[in-house]
Ligand binder design. Structure first.
Ligand SMILES: CC(C)(COP(=O)(O)OP(=O)(O)OC[C@H]1O[C@@H](n2cnc3c(N)ncnc32)[C@H](O)[C@@H]1OP(=O)(O)O)[C@@H](O)C(=O)NCCC(=O)NCCS
Length: 116
């Protein structure tokens, strides 16, 4: 089992909203559309970025694979619970939890087992 955590300042992500190329470099279309439909889109983008970093940290020490931030995506179940996809496929061996405040977002990831 392994754990990863990341905290981000929301403000840093405001510019992403104005730059489609930036958005598409880090986020898949489901992450973008989920965030844009919310009242405060930037905090949802920021927490997704934090979650990708937390997952990456948790995977780094156990997996002998090269993953970029864009290979890790975050989706939500119908009741809002976030889950992780690796290269667009749901990965049930990783659990995440996300939280936002006005200024910061935080994400924790736990990897239960080798994913490959
Ligand atoms: C889901 C809940 C825990 C979020 O807590 P919060 O303090 O409002 O917000 P936080 O910033 O800490 O967390 C938000 C994140 O929680 C996560 N979340 C949402 N629903 C979730 C669920 N069912 N299980 C686990 N995580 C959940 C999401 O990742 C969300 O961020 P995202 O939308 O960017 O993906 C809270 O709204 C809750 O308990 N809801 C269920 C009960 C409810 O609706 N109560 C209101 C009755 S008055």
């Amino acid at each position: 089992m392994n754990i990863g955590i990341d905290i981000e300042e929301i403000e840093r992500f405001a510019k992403y909203l104005k730059n489609k190329n930036c958005l598409q470099r880090f986020f898949v279309k489901e992450e973008i559309s989920y965030s844009l439909q919310k009242k405060n889109a930037v905090q949802h983008l920021a927490v997704r970025f934090a979650a990708k970093e937390a997952v990456w940290k948790a995977l780094r020490s156990t997996e002998n694979i090269k993953l970029s931030i864009a290979d890790i995506s975050i989706k939500n179940t119908k009741d809002g619970k976030p889950y992780v996809c690796i290269k667009r496929k749901r990965c049930k061996k990783i659990n995440i939890s996300l939280s936002h405040t006005k200024k910061y977002v935080v994400a924790v990831a736990i990897v239960f087992d080798k994913i490959y």
